[in-house]
Design a protein around this ligand. Structure first.
Ligand SMILES: Cc1ncc(COP(=O)(O)O)c(C=O)c1O
Length: 431
């Protein structure tokens, strides 16, 4: 029943279960003690919060008894920094004056307003599909759509690194599912070949960019498999919508494959700095989704202020292409520096940079010391990634400055040497 201090909470829970402890009250007590120990040693980065909301540099609070620390933030998905855009904030205030705060009910029960309809229309025109259905969150878009779509004799094949919302949706459907190796076309091809004749329809579920690894999916090649096999493609663009493709229409748009992808989904909480999600697809699927996706049928619409924020962000992305360019430039700049220094960034490409640190004890101390130097990012552990893996993730924003990137890279480098993160064979000679 002893745990290493670096054991992730859910990993520890599995350990307890494997030792025969199944009583949930006993498990909760063990986890509570473990969690308290991690907090006491300053090793728990997931409980930190900002003093006055997300920004690329702001005061961060670790616990109520410690003064706030000014930090550069690398853990927020506001890729374009639009949550701090004054024009958008003014529009949100105006919308709240006009439409009030919450919606009070679901879309099918009268919760939609003209503003929500404008959001759907804007997204439809932007993404280039026949119809769009707006959901209250990205998570419940996936849960609802994937629970609703597979038919009785269908199979879902999803990428092994898929987000929890996709996997929850597939499981909720109660239909057959299997996974394929992450971004592995050959494995997907083999599975399509093997199962094609056994099922009426196969849904292939992937993300355009994976949030824990920062790598892009081979979407063009996946759509090309349609020439060999019959299947439907469902792509979650959470980490590309707003900053890939024309006016931020997404990665499918950038690759010119919008037509071949059957369902394009994205969340509105990241580049578009709000809340909500949508699915863009053929008009024929809309009634089916409205009435079979419980998270649409039975969940209240996103608040009007948030709908106004989405419209404001999309307008800003369209009118100010420099914003997206700054994000990609920051990504190139930080990536080049880290790679040059010898950091292992895996196969990442998108504006998510994972720094892999295998040793969990080192990872926790490393992250705590980064925080002490005014750099805030969270450690990524099981169950978010495999039990054997650990990393610190840096999510770039167009609002990060070169100075903030330099300061962060410098701190990473100093700590990597201190904690002997680099393989001595490729020890960097920079500086
Ligand atoms: C790939 C992916 N899909 C869906 C979601 C859920 O989006 P939201 O948090 O806006 O509900 C996330 C959130 O991190 C995500 O990364």
């Amino acid at each position: 029943m002893k745990s290493e201090i670096s054991t992730p909470l859910i990993g520890y829970m599995k350990q307890l279960e494997s030792e025969g402890i199944t009583d949930i009250e006993t498990i909760a007590e063990h986890l509570y003690d473990h969690h308290t120990r991690q907090i006491g040693l300053g090793l728990y980065s997931n409980g930190r919060y900002t003093q006055s909301g997300s920004d690329v540099q702001t005061n961060v609070i670790s616990d109520a008894n410690t003064p706030a620390k000014e930090c550069i933030l690398w853990c927020i998905n506001h890729y374009l920094g639009l949550n701090r855009n004054q024009k958008i904030i003014d529009k949100v205030c105006q919308a709240v004056q006009e439409y009030g705060t919450g919606c009070g009910t679901s879309a099918l029960s009268g919760g939609m307003s003209k503003l929500h309809k404008q959001v759907e229309q804007k997204l439809k025109d932007l993404v280039g599909k026949e119809s769009v259905l707006l959901f209250p969150t990205g998570y419940t878009t996936n849960m609802g759509c994937l629970a609703a779509l597979p038919g009785k004799n269908d199979l879902v094949i999803f990428d092994r690194e898929s987000h929890a919302s996709l996997i929850d949706g597939v499981k909720l459907s109660g239909k057959k599912w299997i996974s394929f190796k992450h971004n592995d076309l050959e494995d997907l091809d083999k599975k399509l070949e093997k199962y094609n004749k056994k099922y009426e329809n196969i849904f292939v579920v992937v993300e355009s960019a994976y949030s824990m690894s920062g790598d892009l999916a081979p979407l063009k090649e996946i759509t090309e498999l349609k020439q060999k096999h019959k299947f439907l493609i469902y792509v979650d663009e959470a980490h590309t919508f707003g900053f890939y493709g024309k006016n931020g229409a997404g990665y499918c748009n950038e690759l010119g494959i919008t037509e071949q992808v059957d369902f394009i989904v994205a969340t509105l909480s990241k580049a578009t700095a709000s809340i909500g999600g949508f699915v863009a697809t053929k008009a024929k699927y809309i009634p089916l989704l409205q009435w079979r996706a419980n998270t649409y049928t039975f969940q209240a619409c996103l608040p009007p202020g948030d709908a106004a924020a989405v419209l404001g962000c999309l307008e800003e992305i369209e009118n100010n292409p420099q914003l997206v360019e700054s994000l990609h430039e920051n990504n190139r700049y930080m990536r080049e520096k880290l790679t040059h220094l010898g950091f292992d960034l895996g196969s990442s490409q998108s504006p998510i940079i994972p720094v892999f640190i295998e040793d969990k004890d080192k990872l926790l101390s490393f992250n705590r010391e980064l925080f002490e130097r005014g750099i805030f990012s969270v450690s990524i552990f099981y169950p978010v990634v495999k039990l054997s893996e650990g990393r610190i993730r840096f999510i770039l924003s167009a609002s990060h400055t070169k100075e903030q990137i330099d300061k962060t890279v410098d701190a990473l480098y100093q700590l990597a040497i201190k904690h002997e993160i680099f393989d001595s064979a490729i020890y960097p000679v920079w500086q």
